[in-house]
Write a protein that binds this ligand. Structure first.
Ligand SMILES: [Fe+2]
Length: 256
């Protein structure tokens, strides 16, 4: 199975680049998974933008700490089995955090999203929640884990915790692609897949706003950066339930 995982899509420029890249390369992959939690004004994912990612060819879209910043997500996620929020949120939260899907190519894929706890909002223990979820999953379907977390160490340790038990642990949230891809005991790992959005930006936000916050230490509304965007992603090859290859992707939109 060939799989594409697209890193955190930011704003309308990121969405434009993601849609173009997925459309152009859809036939190269059996499955496409996208982290879409920063698409709509940089925070969350509207129903319309979720639809745009599905139309482009995404099989599963994952969220993160901004899952419900677009209030409508609280309602539409219940009818959107291909949209995942972190599994270790409280049980009462709408939506699912793990899902097995049938792929157009005939295979099946399980995607699980977890969220870290270091420098983030309080949330249940992602390590225990992952263990519990794996116990109830079919053993013959490859599992991809999106570990949405701030701290590199927490992501790295999750990779170690799940190695040999899942096909991939891919980090999201920090928006800067790391270069530590590896495969250990059939588990592909990368600390952060990176960002799909404007390269010339403060990890997806216009520089002046973030500069203001750092220099003045007073609030300033963030605008997602607009302009020429890049796609950062990972390509995986999975045989059975084990990964056999991982490659990072960095693709820049052509000049207008
Ligand atoms: Fe995030």
């Amino acid at each position: 199975m060939r799989l594409l995982f697209v890193g955190d899509v930011c704003g309308t420029s990121g969405l434009r680049a993601a849609v173009r890249y997925i459309r152009e390369r859809r036939d190269d992959f059996d499955a496409v998974v996208v982290n879409g939690e920063n698409v709509t004004n940089g925070r969350g994912l509207s129903r319309k933008h979720f639809g745009a990612l599905l139309d482009a060819g995404a099989d599963i879209v994952t969220l993160g700490n901004h899952s419900f910043d677009q209030r409508e997500t609280l309602a539409y996620i219940e009818e959107a089995p291909r949209l995942l929020r972190p599994l270790n949120l409280p049980r009462e939260v709408p939506g699912l955090g793990v899902r097995t899907v049938d792929l157009r190519s005939g295979g099946r894929l399980t995607v699980m999203q977890l969220m870290g706890r270091v420098f983030m909002e309080p949330i249940d223990n992602p390590f225990r929640v992952a263990d519990e979820a794996l116990e109830s999953l079919p053993g013959d379907v490859p599992v991809l884990v999106d570990m949405h977390a701030e701290a590199t160490s927490e992501k790295k340790v999750m990779g170690w915790h799940l190695r040999g038990r899942v096909a991939a642990v891919l980090g999201t949230h920090t928006h800067v692609q790391t270069a530590d891809e590896r495969i250990d005991q059939g588990t592909a790992y990368l600390t952060d897949v990176g960002m799909t959005g404007v390269e010339d930006s403060a990890i997806g936000v216009e520089f002046p706003e973030v500069h203001h916050r750092f220099t003045q230490q007073t609030p300033k509304r963030y605008r997602p950066a607009e302009g020429r965007a890049m796609v950062q992603a990972v390509e995986l090859t999975i045989e059975g339930v084990k990964a056999t290859a991982i490659a990072r992707v960095r693709w820049l939109e052509p000049q207008p």
